[in-house]
Design a protein. Structure first.
Length: 299
């Protein structure tokens, strides 16, 4: 018989605590491993190279990096969850699904992106985050995204609204922007690593751009989704995200009142499915614009 699950607010508190401590650890380790500024060896190692001899290697393409800090941070998060939620599954970007929780031991799955925005992390651009969500039946019920550079944490649980937690502990409720004119919408997006997908994404963007206020490419989907929740952008769309990219951020945007569409819970980047979050007043118009541009389908 499976273990009784705690209330979603308790799961949110666990996600916040671990995300915050993991972000602090990632910030320290970046300074220790790479020093100040950008890592000058970007792209020097291949997918099978020893991380011990080079702290960066590539994954899907030569432009898709993973660092030793990504791996260490995911291991740290897994170790904390093993203590606080023993028996739950952990599905991480770097190590996959650990298989725990099967055969009735537990029905929760923690979806972890140890560093969302690894290219920014490498270059020293202050826009990367730790993202932790917990799902039941493939649906996110609680989650947190910790902005490593600022110390802000964004969190939510299903039906409980979304919050921004400042480094000093002050908290505010989040609400997507009350915008009604798509021509005034500031839209965030991102691009895949494969050249073929980027070509298709560029074609969609070229048709969307004249119809909105402007576009931002921050480099972290988790932060983009939280920016929809905070009102710093009006919408975010991106093709080819994996569950760890959107599991926490999409929930936070939804709980802030945004209109959200996400891929299947076990989809991968290779599927090219669309993730979409928008302030509700422009969601229908932006959906139509994306459909007309060929961007509502998988790319």
């Amino acid at each position: 018989m499976g273990r009784v699950n705690p209330h979603a607010s308790e799961l949110e508190a666990i996600a916040v605590s671990i995300a915050r401590s993991a972000a602090e650890r990632a910030a320290r380790r970046r300074a220790e491993v790479f020093g100040v500024g950008a890592y000058t060896g970007i792209g020097s190692s291949g997918p099978n190279d020893d991380v011990a001899s080079d702290p960066v290697r590539s994954k899907s393409t030569s432009t898709d990096p993973v660092t030793v800090v990504d791996t260490e941070t995911e291991e740290y998060i897994g170790s904390r969850l093993a203590v606080l939620r023993p028996g739950d599954r952990v599905y991480g970007e770097e190590q996959g699904d650990d298989g725990a929780g099967e055969n009735g031991v537990g029905d929760l799955r923690w979806v972890v992106d140890p560093i969302d925005g690894t290219v920014n992390f490498l270059y020293g651009i202050p826009a990367y985050a730790v993202s932790i969500a917990v799902q039941v039946g493939g649906e996110s019920v609680a989650g947190a995204v910790a902005d490593v550079a600022t110390g802000f944490v964004y969190s939510a649980h299903r039906g409980g609204g979304a919050r921004e937690i400042r480094p000093d502990g002050a908290t505010r409720r989040l609400q997507a922007n009350p915008i009604a004119d798509p021509a005034l919408a500031l839209v965030a997006t991102g691009f895949g690593y494969a050249a073929e997908r980027r070509t298709r994404q560029g074609a969609v963007l070229a048709r969307l751009l004249p119809q909105v206020r402007d576009v931002r490419r921050i480099g972290s989907a988790a932060l983009d989704l939280c920016m929809v929740a905070t009102g710093r952008v009006d919408a975010h769309y991106e093709h080819g995200l994996s569950p760890w990219d959107w599991a926490a951020g999409a929930l936070i945007a939804s709980e802030a009142g945004a209109t959200v569409a996400v891929p299947a819970p076990d989809s991968t980047s290779a599927d090219g499915a669309l993730t979409f979050a928008s302030a509700p007043g422009v969601a229908d118009a932006l959906t139509d614009i994306l459909r007309d541009a060929g961007g509502w389908q998988a790319l």
